[in-house]
Design a protein around this ligand. Structure first.
Ligand code: GLN
Length: 388
């Protein structure tokens, strides 16, 4: 008797769980999963505590999200990007960005449709497509600058293409795509009548002079883009698993149809706190970026000290390093060596590639720097041994 469906038969354990277990086993400084080791801002926590204890928010919220969350998302998109979002029909609360991507795929993509995936990609995208019966079509970014080849991108668009999974700022390369690069994508989407599922959860993790431009703000793209965002990264609350989809009501309606039968509704008190967080003043985001600029620089120092080469990330809290000067072997072997012998955990990026393009990951490792400055310094000290 098969114990699992054909649909999930090719899925292993996610690389994040695997590395967390190994890091714990060997007492490694864990720069693997993008999981801050510092807390959520206290006022955001207090907003959640109040929502838990005021006797009004412990039962089912509306399936599409509370009025507070939906207004927060619409106001935030208007404040930062001048977007005009309908808080009633243009926003949907989800269980994290991950469910937002999955519900969008389920609600907007048909079995047999092709969906373009930029590599390296966040690891849930392809299993999501497989579960929806869609066909991933891969377009790799080219190191060391992690740029798209316009011809490769153009060739990926066919009459069967329904959507492209777009991610900027990009996990794991740290790219923040330029308007010029995005215009190329947008023009192809318009030419081929393709929709964009834009995962922009790292929107506030951008380092000067890079600037985050939502795909939905490009000319003619609002009608064909759903944007995914979440509380996790911008407010250091990855454990709250609260995300959302926003965009044109006709597209959000598709995601909503799926969502109502996936989770129906998501954690009520967190949505009240999200309504508060989304209205934090500009100074919050400035301090957040300044804090992360220091962490990025500490991370780069640690890599340089270890003999690992890397493009300085323009955004996100990840950096992809090339270890070929200090280790002979592939990314999987390097990760094992780093955890077991050096005492630092990273993520091998080959699970972010299809089999054909996996070779690109061969000499690369992803490091997360959403960690205290002391943690990053300790990792740097330990990694110096790599060169010896
Ligand atoms: N987004 C996080 C990362 O890339 C991980 C999320 C997860 O473990 N699924 O590290």
């Amino acid at each position: 008797m098969p114990t699992f469906s054909k649909r999930v038969s090719t899925f292993g354990t996610t690389i994040f769980s695997e590395i967390n277990n190994l890091a714990a086993q060997y007492g490694a400084v864990n720069l693997g999963q993008g999981r801050p080791d510092f807390d959520t801002p206290n006022d955001v926590i207090q907003a959640s505590v109040k929502a838990l204890t005021d006797g009004q928010h412990n039962q089912y919220p509306p399936g599409n999200g509370t009025a507070e969350l939906r207004k927060g998302v619409a106001d935030h998109a208007n404040r930062f990007y001048n977007l005009d979002i309908d808080p009633d029909r243009g926003v949907l609360a989800t269980s994290g960005g991950t469910e937002a991507v999955f519900s969008s795929i389920l609600g907007l993509v048909d079995p047999g449709d092709e969906v373009i995936v930029i590599e390296p990609y966040f690891d849930s995208y392809v299993p999501n497509l497989i579960m929806a019966g869609a066909i991933p079509v891969y377009v790799p970014l080219h190191p060391p600058e992690w740029t798209l080849d316009p011809d490769e991108l153009r060739k990926a668009f066919t009459p069967k293409t329904r959507a492209i999974l777009w991610n900027s700022p990009q996990n794991p390369t740290g790219r923040v795509f330029t308007v010029e690069e995005m215009t190329l994508v947008a023009d192809l989407c318009k030419e081929h009548d393709v929709i964009v599922i834009a995962d922009e959860v790292y929107e506030h993790l951008v380092f000067e002079p890079a600037q985050h431009v939502p795909m939905a703000t490009l000319p003619g793209m609002f009608e064909r883009t759903v944007t995914i965002n979440s509380l996790g990264k911008s407010y250091s609350a990855t454990g709250w698993k609260l995300g959302w989809v926003y965009g044109h009501p006709d597209l959000v309606a598709g995601a909503m149809r799926a969502h109502q039968f996936v989770t129906f509704a998501v954690h009520h008190p967190s949505q009240i706190a999200a309504g508060y967080a989304l209205h934090l003043p500009g100074s919050y985001y400035e301090e957040f970026q300044a804090m992360y600029t220091v962490k990025r620089d500490l991370m780069m120092e640690a890599l340089t000290g270890a003999g690992i080469k890397a493009k300085v990330p323009e955004g996100t809290y990840f950096v992809l390093g090339d270890f070929s000067d200090v280790f002979d072997g592939d990314d999987m072997a390097f990760t094992q060596h780093l955890i077991k012998n050096i005492g630092v955990a990273c993520i091998p990026p080959s699970p972010f590639y299809c089999a054909e393009h996996r070779y690109i990951a061969g000499k690369l490792a992803r490091f997360a720097f959403c960690k205290s400055d002391d943690t990053l310094r300790e990792a740097g000290e330990r990694m110096k041994k790599l060169k010896q």
